[in-house]
Design a protein around this ligand. Structure first.
Ligand code: FE
Ligand code: CA
Length: 508
């Protein structure tokens, strides 16, 4: 990360004095800001063939409530085709509004497909760090590859973001984050403190500010566009739709959910409109040409309450209620129609909780897909359709990792393999170190599980080509020290199955 002085920045601007838009797009003055306002870094997200969303949020005093006057602040943003900003292609003003937490979401369009760009923001004497981002390939051709990272569960107090520091150095096109980006809970250490339980908009804004003030997380955001969804801890542990963890009256929980969703929206680079109440539909489809359709799912907002309690317990009759849903009817219908009509070679499902078989003895975790067996079976049967090409299920939440084949009947290896599951380790959230070896052993006894690790923190990287999937489980040695090396703990190679009947297309 670097910052520029006003002098060097204006010196850079002088080279572009011929740009007709320069006069109206000069750097706005400080507007009363008296300290560096880009303490939360920059980010980008949800790439399209012609555009990407650019993000920053002004916070001269990130932990102390922001430190800004209660007025809109004018900010200049710039986009270039090179990291030195020798070739600036757009330079325009935007307003950071107090009612949006001083966040800027610039839905930039008019870009070329399948190329990298660099961007930055400035106000007064201050210039933000430079972010790098890219557009998706054109929708009507097959690009040679998609390289993505996968992250989840980054409890600030459990560890340093050594995984993010290493993720930032990977060779990737985008990063998926599948939830537990923040933790609403309180507590000290073992590595870093966090304040009390978040319940209000101000609390959730402050929690995002704390997390986003981390330089390693900022580096990972600045290096690639991100595609984010959420899990429970963006609101409250194990909540389900309008019910909190304890199943209290929705009337008391929904205002909290509204505050949490609002803060999530302010702090993530998505193209979604801001929420106006407790609802925020975030499931969406992005495309990587005709190589991959990217289905970003929400298994929290519409799910049925966890049957038979939230935690580990044997299956009960309620688990087999055909009305039980993980996605809600509308999202499930949207996904079903989308998968059946997809023309892409791969279908990547970016979602939160473990999809495959995690039963231990007679107990299942009722917060995972194991607790919603008929809803899961509907998707597995869909994956088995010859109209659905090469599903890949991404998951997180567990704080431990595995690589698994998904059989049409998840516990029956004599049934066809219909998908691959990449369960990513936590970035920093802990997993009981005493339980890790036992869990790893139990998982590795299953013929469809090829790797299991509850010991290390890290992330997954994956390269998709028209012919194959190659995923790596990347582990850091420690999260209790500020820096760590990274190593590859496992590599999974899968050859692509047949294209969907409507699939195909020329190379980009
Ligand atoms: Fe978590
Ligand atoms: Ca979770």
């Amino acid at each position: 990360m670097f910052t520029m002085t006003r002098r060097s920045f204006l010196g850079g601007l002088a080279a572009f004095a011929v740009l007709p838009t320069l006069r109206e797009c000069a750097v706005p003055d400080a507007q009363g800001i008296s300290a560096y306002p880009f303490t939360l870094g920059v980010g980008s997200g949800d790439p399209l063939p012609d555009g990407v969303v650019l993000w920053t949020r002004l916070a001269p005093d990130p932990i102390g409530g922001g430190g800004l006057p209660n007025e809109p602040i004018s900010v200049l943003w710039e986009v270039a085709t090179d990291p030195d900003f020798d070739e600036v292609i757009n330079r325009t003003g935007a307003l950071a509004r107090p009612d949006r937490g001083y966040a800027i979401h610039k839905d930039l369009r008019g870009l070329e497909p399948d190329r990298w760009y660099w961007y930055r923001f400035s106000v007064g004497d201050w210039v933000s760090p430079v972010g790098r981002t890219r557009t998706a390939p054109a929708v009507d051709c097959v690009p040679g590859q998609l390289r993505f990272g996968l992250a989840t569960c980054q409890n600030y107090r459990h560890g340093y973001y050594t995984a993010h520091a290493n993720l930032a150095n990977e060779d990737l096109d985008l990063v998926f984050h599948v939830g537990d980006y923040i933790y609403e809970s309180s507590g000290q250490g073992p590595v870093r403190p966090t304040p009390g339980v978040a319940t209000t908009l101000e609390d959730y804004r402050a929690r995002y500010a704390l997390y986003r003030s981390d330089p390693d997380l900022q580096a990972a955001h600045a290096a690639f566009p991100w595609v984010v969804t959420w899990d429970d801890h963006e609101v409250e542990d194990n909540y389900a739709a309008d019910l909190d963890k304890h199943g209290n009256d929705p009337a008391t929980f929904l205002p909290r959910r509204a505050a949490a969703y609002r803060a999530w929206w302010e702090n993530q680079a998505t193209r979604l409109p801001p929420p106006t109440g407790p609802d925020l539909p975030i499931h969406r489809r992005l495309r990587w040409g005709r190589l991959a359709d990217l289905w970003v799912l929400d298994t929290r907002q519409y799910r049925s309450n966890q049957p038979c309690g939230d935690g580990g317990a044997p299956l009960c009759d309620d688990n087999f209620d055909p009305e039980l849903t993980m996605l809600g009817d509308a999202q499930e219908a949207w996904l079903t129609d989308g998968l059946l009509s997809s023309e892409a070679r791969w279908n990547v499902l970016a979602q939160q909780v473990v999809f495959g078989d995690m039963q231990i003895g007679t107990a299942v975790n009722h917060d995972q897909w194991d607790g919603y067996p008929l809803a899961r079976q509907r998707l597995l049967d869909l994956f088995a359709s010859e109209d659905v090409a090469n599903p890949v299920v991404l998951s997180g939440d567990l704080h431990a990792a595995f690589a698994a084949d998904l059989h049409q009947q998840v516990q029956d290896p004599t049934t066809p393999v219909v998908a691959t599951e990449l369960l990513t380790p936590s970035i920093s959230s802990n997993f009981n170190p005493d339980a890790a070896p036992l869990w790893e052993n139990l998982m590795m006894q299953r013929p469809y599980v090829h790797h299991a690790n509850g010991t290390n923190r890290g992330y997954v990287t994956c390269r998709l080509t028209p012919d194959a999937l190659d995923a790596r489980w990347r582990y850091v040695e420690t999260v209790t020290e500020p820096t760590s090396a990274v190593f590859t703990g496992f590599e999974l190679h899968r050859v692509a199955g047949p294209a969907a009947p409507a699939g195909g297309g020329a190379a980009c």
